[in-house]
Design a protein around this ligand. Structure first.
Ligand code: ZN
Length: 164
């Protein structure tokens, strides 16, 4: 495993639409392992492949602060979102040191492939729902700053602004 460089906003790779993964290969397996290591090293709760410069529809998420509990989502799709929303602070590993207020669904149901390319469904609430929405946006070249209500701020004002 190896740490990969996290691309910073302004890098055009973050504005592109990612391609689906067709099959698991040693290269993709390696990418997933590196993404997990890079996310944990950066202290983030999620990371999308374009954030390490790879235009593939892969995200990793871990919102468990007690012990590692990673979700690996390949070719993820959102199936349902709740009408109920959450408005809170969000950060992004590609915009270090900044945070902003974003409204997201309170609950999200999604489908993805795991690292064995087996389909599964995931239902997330609260931070997990927020992370799923934030990471899936990355796969379509959308950065959270386009959704921020008001201004981006310097990070550190809130305990909720987990970077992803
Ligand atoms: Zn992000």
């Amino acid at each position: 495993m190896a740490l990969r460089n996290i691309r910073i906003a302004g890098d055009r790779v973050l504005e592109k639409t990612c391609r689906p993964v067709k099959e698991m290969t040693p290269k993709v397996e390696n990418l997933i392992n590196d993404m997990l290591e890079t996310m944990y090293d950066a202290g983030g709760v999620g990371l999308a492949a374009p954030q390490v410069g790879i235009l593939k529809r892969i995200v990793v998420i871990d919102v468990d602060f007690e012990e590692p509990h990673p979700y690996i989502m390949i070719n993820p799709e959102i199936l349902e979102v709740s009408e109920e929303t959450q408005t809170g602070d969000e950060g992004c590993l590609s915009l270090p040191g900044q945070s902003g207020t974003v409204t997201r669904p309170m609950r999200v149901k999604a489908r993805a492939l795991d690292r064995n390319m087996e389909p599964y469904e995931i239902e997330g609430e609260g931070l997990l729902a927020r992370a799923i929405c934030h990471e899936l946006d990355h796969l379509d070249g959308i950065l959270y700053m386009t959704k921020v209500e008001g201004e981006l701020r310097e990070a550190g004002a809130s305990e909720e602004e987990f970077a992803q």
